[in-house]
Design a binder for this molecule. Structure first.
Ligand code: HEM
Length: 507
């Protein structure tokens, strides 16, 4: 009797195993078959696709997502596709492919992530369709009219630069962490443009707020991606809760600022971006234009996107920049020699000096390449099917650029893991083009703040190196160029010393 039951049980078990294998094969075959004319790519497990490979690469070799995907690109070339959580994702792996894909009208939308209480789908950076178009063109127009990234903005940036230099000088050559000086300086520049507010460098409450903004960026890359995946989005993950809570705090902060602006609004005379936006809402109401996305609903989100995008990437690039300067003192010395020759010790560097500083400009380009602060850029999603290099990209397919793979491609860059500004110079020491650099992405959603960012990086970097010598702290751990994060690549904590150059010279 017992053996009969065992026999039946065994048969059921065998059948279950057979059914399970058959279902897995059918799902895999189905997914593979659905690939049709998709760009080539690696096989993955049913439903999970390439995710286990990415986790394994991290676990076995400590490879971050962009590094593991770069390995796959090494095999498949400029465009490949993979599956993850039951959906197809396309990855772009050369500068031309990003330009080619992102200029398509089918490629303007963002993937939908359903994160509660956050500004996804609204504002500018996470919006799609008409809402995005209106916020984007209003933002570009208004930032331009406020002078952002134009020569008229130079003095405001230089003023903030002088303040951060004094803050650094207050450490009197002792070791310090450049994180908050860089974050507060850069956030003050964008926050003055957006809402005429700046913060002191010892404002601990503001430092906690900036930490929260950085955490949101990090969570957007992890729980944000998880949220958009079928099935997984229903799991009660702590990161999702935190993202929702932080989103609400961020939104309340902006709503408070908007309320203050409403009190003293002079629509004909906007002092900043918030005033200009409120003025535009009024104008639309007065002209009876009720369908516009320039609205009270979108304003806090557009402010959040401009503020966080305008703070994080530039300050992170400069933090990497200081790390590279202490790791490559010969590069630092050569930039300073050029600054001394062209600018001299009695004044600070200006925009008008830029053309006469090719080595400094090459160093800033190399800094953008080497730091690659947004290694996987920002995902787009196709609105309709379209053809890319003879492959079919179906509608609703997320497409991501692997900027890191492009900036570290050994076929394009000689010794890519070496910080070498000379790769951007000709034999006669003039500046070469920077075509291979795609930090700001390309096409219709190219970074709105790129002119401002370039101006900030130039003025802040040259001010820092003009006034100080930066040195590694004796006996401190080796510098780690890998950092952490795939949505925003941030350096791990490091300390450095800054000593006054011109006083040093005099003593
Ligand atoms: C080194 C500095 C910066 C880097 C590397 C950077 C990089 C990027 C990247 C990769 C994108 C995604 C583009 C795409 O979807 O294809 C982006 C978008 C954006 N950036 Fe920047 N950015 C920087 C500075 C700034 C600054 C200073 C601002 C402030 C105005 C800004 C505002 C934005 C906005 C609003 C978007 C969204 C554009 C849209 O969705 O249409 N960025 N940026």
């Amino acid at each position: 009797m017992e053996s009969t039951i065992e026999y039946v049980y065994e048969q059921m078990l065998n059948r279950n195993v057979v059914v399970l294998i058959a279902v897995s094969l059918a799902v895999t075959y189905g997914l593979w078959n659905r690939r049709g004319n998709l760009p080539p790519g690696p096989w993955g497990l049913p439903y999970f696709g390439l995710v286990p490979y990415l986790l394994l690469m991290d676990w076995l070799y400590g490879l971050q997502r962009h590094e593991a995907l770069a390995r796959v690109a090494g095999r498949y070339g400029k465009v490949f596709s993979f599956t993850a959580f039951g959906r197809v994702v396309v990855v772009l792996n050369d500068a031309e492919a990003i330009k080619e894909a992102y200029q398509r009208r089918e490629m303007n939308d963002r993937p939908r992530m359903k994160v509660k209480n956050h500004s996804l789908g609204k504002g500018v950076a996470f919006a799609s369709g008409d809402c995005w178009k209106e916020q984007r063109s209003f933002s570009i127009r208004t930032l331009e009219s406020l002078g952002a990234g134009r020569p008229v903005h130079e003095e405001k940036i230089a003023q903030e630069a002088r303040t951060v230099l004094d803050e650094i000088a207050s450490h009197e050559g002792k070791p310090f962490d450049p994180k908050f000086p860089m974050l507060i300086c850069v956030s003050n520049i964008i926050s003055t443009l957006l809402f005429s507010i700046r913060h002191e460098y010892d404002d601990d409450k503001y430092k906690a707020f900036l930490d929260m903004i950085a955490e949101i960026t990090h969570l957007m890359g992890t729980s944000g991606a998880i949220q958009s995946a079928p099935l997984i989005k229903h799991l009660p993950l702590d990161s999702k809760k935190r993202l929702a809570e932080f989103g609400t705090t961020e939104c309340r902060y902006m709503i408070g600022i908007i309320k203050e602006h409403r009190k003293n609004l002079d629509p004909g005379n906007p002092k900043d971006f918030t005033d200009a936006y409120l003025g535009e809402i009024l104008a639309k109401v007065q002209s009876g234009e009720t369908e516009s996305h320039i609205s009270t609903e979108n304003l806090p989100h557009t402010l959040i996107h401009l503020y966080s995008a305008g703070t994080e990437n530039v300050s992170t690039t400069l933090r990497w920049g200081l790390m590279y300067m202490i790791a490559y003192p010969e590069v630092q010395a050569r930039v300073q020699e050029e600054l001394d020759r062209v600018v001299g010790p009695n004044r600070m560097p200006q925009l008008s000096d830029e053309a006469a500083l090719p080595y400094t400009q090459a160093t800033i380009l190399e800094l953008q390449r080497f730091s690659t602060v947004a290694p996987l850029g920002a995902a787009h999603v196709s609105t309709d099917e379209f053809n890319l290099y003879g492959y079919t990209i179906p509608a609703r397919t997320p497409v991501i650029p692997n900027t890191w793979a492009i900036h570290y491609d050994p076929k394009v860059w000689k010794e890519p893991a070496k910080f070498n500004p000379e790769r951007f110079l000709t034999e006669s020491n003039s500046l070469k083009g920077a075509d291979g650099i795609v930090s700001f992405s390309a096409g219709n959603r190219i970074c709105i703040g790129r002119h401002l960012a370039r101006m900030e990086m130039y003025l802040l970097f040259t001010h820092l190196l003009h006034r100080f010598n930066f040195r590694k702290v004796d006996g401190s751990p080796p510098l780690d160029f890998r950092g952490h994060g795939s949505f925003a690549r941030v350096p791990d904590l490091y300390l450095l010393r800054a000593t006054e150059r011109h006083q040093e010279g005099e003593s």
